[in-house]
Design a protein around this ligand. Structure first.
Ligand code: NAD
Ligand code: GLY
Length: 361
């Protein structure tokens, strides 16, 4: 079966993202990036039960050294980061070793951060198993753990050697996780490709039904868009990469205000994109019909389009702590039409308050 290969051309180096079906059943698929100098696979409970044996099969039947972390956000904790480093040390791994991350974005983020730190940086290969991880977190080299003060506050830029997206593993993903990943897919259309947004509208039902060809196209196009943006601004300095956070400032505020774990990240981003679009309409940057179109697509995909009954004051307080802010002013990614977005602090705080209160400005 065909494999798509998308190159991420980051300033620190170029690496491929492979997208296709059945990739984890292909002997030799990892050989180009995983040498003989020691390998540790990091995964999480659910994913280990489902897919760890495929890594063993890829390694010619030899069980691969592995470390199984808890599922979800719990894995992105300094204790688990330390466990990875302890295991690498006990195995006597040196700078030539490779870490493999097999799992969702949480496993990828903590394993990537361990790879960034062990011996000041060793190779790692991402094998993302959620839709969100395939289209977003595994690509671009952002690695992180959470602290008591907030999410992703400690981390590093460290690009993987390769990313292997086997879209077959999405078959076992719970529906809610699939939809959360689709929110990030819609994000790519909204920030960079209006035509792709039209394709998503036409194929929403097929995506929800996990049509293999549709899922594969959605992952490939999303990765192409992310790769191009990362290539322009690897370290998030010019404001270009920041557009990948469309909907995220509102989304993070929703996750924080509701209490982490109640909303999935992608669900909060979906509502956040709708709120950002309403603000853009109020600022005259987006047409009302474009905002309605974005909301209709997200609703069609079974995603939330507003923040429910969360308190506007609490949401605003959470937004004031966002990493994108500068000089005490909230900065947001706002759309300038569907298929284009930019980072800006130029909007009315009154309009923001109205959006946060759940009304339409
Ligand atoms: P996740 O890693 O928590 O995975 C979701 C759940 O799905 C977990 O319980 C996991 O065990 C399970 N799972 C994974 N693959 C499965 C499969 N194939 N079948 C059945 N179950 C499976 O969540 P996520 O949405 O993948 O990642 C969220 C994390 O990603 C957040 O911490 C977020 O901050 C981070 N993130 C990072 C970046 C980045 O650029 N580094 C970008 C976006 C998000
Ligand atoms: N997910 C945002 C980024 O990679 O920059």
């Amino acid at each position: 079966m065909e494999v798509d290969r998308i190159e991420v051309q980051a300033a620190s180096g170029t690496y491929p993202v492979l997208v296709g079906q059945g990739l984890l059943a292909r002997p030799g698929i990892l050989d180009e990036w995983v040498g003989n100098e020691g390998v540790l696979a990091v995964t999480s409970r659910t994913v280990a039960d489902l897919y760890l044996d495929r890594l063993t099969a890829l390694a010619g039947g030899d069980p691969c050294e592995s470390l199984v972390l808890p599922d979800g956000e719990e894995a992105k904790d300094i204790r688990h980061w330390q466990r990875i480093l302890h295991r690498m040390t006990r195995l006597g791994l040196d700078r030539g070793c490779t870490l493999i991350s097999l799992g969702g974005g949480c496993v990828g983020d903590v394993a990537g951060f361990a790879a960034a730190c062990y011996h000041r940086g060793v190779d790692y290969v991402q094998i993302p198993t959620t839709l969100l991880a395939q289209v977003d977190s595994s690509v671009g080299g952002k690695t992180a753990i959470n602290t008591q003060w907030g999410k992703n506050l400690v981390g590093a830029f460290h690009q993987p050697r390769a990313v292997i997206c086997d879209t077959d593993v999405l078959d076992t993903l719970p529906d809610r996780e699939l939809k959360a990943g689709l929110a990030e897919v819609v994000k790519y259309g909204a920030i960079a490709d209006g035509e792709f947004l039209g394709w998503l509208e036409d194929n929403a039902g097929a995506l929800l039904a996990r049509d293999p060809a549709c899922l594969r196209h959605a992952v490939r196009r999303s990765v192409e868009i992310k790769a191009a943006i990362v290539g322009e601004d690897e370290h998030d300095r010019s404001g270009r990469r920041a557009v990948l956070n469309f909907g995220h400032s509102f989304g993070h505020a929703i996750e924080h205000t509701a209490g982490y774990g109640r909303w999935l990240h992608g669900e909060a981003v979906a509502a956040g994109m709708c709120m950002a679009a309403r603000l853009a309409v109020a600022e005259g940057k987006l047409q009302r019909r474009e905002q309605r179109r974005l909301e209709a697509l997200l609703a069609l995909l079974g995603l939330p389009v507003n923040a429910g009954d969360l308190d506007a004051g609490d949401l605003k307080k959470a937004m004031l702590g966002d990493k994108k802010n500068a000089g005490g002013r909230i900065r947001l990614i706002l759309p300038r039409g569907l298929g284009d977005a930019h980072l800006t602090g130029d909007f009315s705080m009154d309009a923001l308050d109205i959006v946060l209160s759940g009304r339409s400005p």
